[in-house]
Design a protein around this ligand. Structure first.
Ligand SMILES: Cc1ncc(COP(=O)(O)O)c(C=O)c1O
Length: 416
């Protein structure tokens, strides 16, 4: 008898969607294809020799522990050095017991969803926002209130208006999710003033802030803006950061700083999901921080990514036609391109694939799929010449699309 999976899969499992974009990006694996779509660190930025040294040290002193199961909260040695670094570099008041280690920031996002979202609950975020967070929250049947982002990383007035409107109807959101610094996808950063305003709103309306911060260390210019968590005296912020962009994503290591109540729940969730995070990776990260390599490496990747951003910005100036705008991020790995309103980047995507260049369609980062004339470009991954050639190909696609759009007055309906 044939297995009837449709009857067997849970309702929740049926809500999981494969990302259409990720599927399309798989087509871009061939050698002559240029993908400006992925969100990958540059492989040249992997500190291979340092990692080898760290592993040698583990073999000399800790190999038996590194091969054993670990505690669910994570390796104490690692949590302690992270706490020291968070205090020193980010001004976050925390100790080892305020931190748990997770298998990537993505796992922490699924813990947020599991522990805070029941069907029909409401959470808030910006539009656009990180695609992986939309995916993690989607399966829990929550409603999303997405507030359009502006150049300050958050539209605080629109957020205030929406909170008032929701409040009138008896809806109090559970949390506001934000990538406050060098956002994926837009590259925008929330100002200090708006970080404070967001915390005040969280206190007034009693919701949590989920601050996802994988890019804060990748700063190219200007003064760093303190994480929202560093301003939080009441345990309202769940802070998530990751080793993926400052060491290597293959280690699948991230950490969460939150109140005792939240960490207890996350620890129980983790026990049932994977028992503990990869112990060997945790020892590598510990040796990496303790040896003083992390700070040195961050300095190196800041320079590398600043250079790559500048290569992309220069190519955009040179090749992109008039009428196309883009953000100039002061850090991170992405910039956001806005095309004239009569262009639909989803419809244009197949034409880009035909010219062997790819981007991520902007609507993927909108929880309701609205917005159709934008795209995310990644500048960290490719070699300089590849970035220039990719932008040149993309410029040709855009110019052709602009020329062939006969009716420039007709805008696509949102969500097309
Ligand atoms: C904003 C954001 N959060 C979370 C993640 C997932 O990170 P990790 O590799 O630590 O799971 C990413 C990955 O690109 C990201 O951009």
């Amino acid at each position: 008898m044939v297995v009837n999976y449709d009857r067997l899969f849970s309702k929740r499992s049926k809500l999981l969607k494969s990302s259409e974009i990720r599927e399309l990006l798989k087509l871009t694996q061939s050698d002559d294809f240029i993908s400006l779509g992925g969100g990958l660190p540059n492989p040249q930025a992997f500190p291979v020799d340092i990692i080898r040294e760290c592993i040698n040290k583990i073999f000399e002193s800790n190999i038996l522990n590194a091969l054993q199961y670990g505690t669910t909260e994570g390796l104490s040695l690692l949590r302690r050095v992270i706490a020291e670094r968070m205090k020193k570099e980010k001004n976050i008041d925390c100790e080892m017991h305020d931190i748990i280690i997770t298998s990537g920031a993505q796992q922490a996002l699924s813990f947020v969803a599991f522990n805070f979202l029941d069907a029909g609950d409401t959470y808030m975020t910006s539009a656009p926002t990180y695609l992986g967070a939309i995916q993690a929250f989607h399966a829990y049947e929550a409603n999303c209130e997405a507030i359009p982002l502006n150049h300050d990383g958050i539209n605080i007035d629109a957020l205030r208006r929406n909170l008032k409107r929701l409040h009138r109807t008896g809806i109090i959101p559970k949390f506001y999710y934000t990538v406050a610094t060098f956002q994926n996808p837009s590259g925008e950063t929330i100002s200090l003033e708006n970080r404070k305003a967001l915390l005040e709103l969280a206190s007034e309306y009693d919701f949590l802030i989920v601050e996802d911060d994988p890019y804060g260390d990748l700063i190219f210019e200007g003064d760093p803006i303190p994480p929202i968590k560093s301003l939080d005296k009441k345990g309202r912020v769940i802070y998530i950061s990751s080793f993926s962009k400052i060491l290597a994503p293959g280690f699948r290591l991230a950490w969460v700083i939150a109140s005792e109540e939240v960490l207890n729940k996350f620890t129980l969730t983790k026990q049932s999901m994977d028992l503990c995070t990869n112990v060997f990776s945790q020892y590598v990260a510990y040796e990496y921080i303790k040896g003083g390599y992390l700070d040195r490496h961050i300095k190196h990747i800041r320079e590398l990514y600043k250079h790559k951003r500048d290569v992309m910005l220069q190519a955009l100036e040179e090749y992109f036609p008039e009428g196309v705008k883009w953000t100039v991020p002061k850090g991170g790995m992405f910039l956001w391109v806005t095309l004239p309103k009569y262009i639909n980047t989803r419809l244009m995507f197949k034409k880009a694939l035909a010219k062997k260049v790819a981007y991520v369609v902007g609507d993927a980062f909108y929880p309701d799929g609205s917005n159709y004339n934008s795209m995310r470009l990644n500048f960290s991954y490719s070699d300089d010449e590849v970035i220039r050639e990719g932008i040149k190909r993309l410029a040709d696609v855009i110019k052709e699309e602009m020329a062939s759009s006969a009716d420039k007055e007709t805008y696509y309906a949102e969500g097309v």
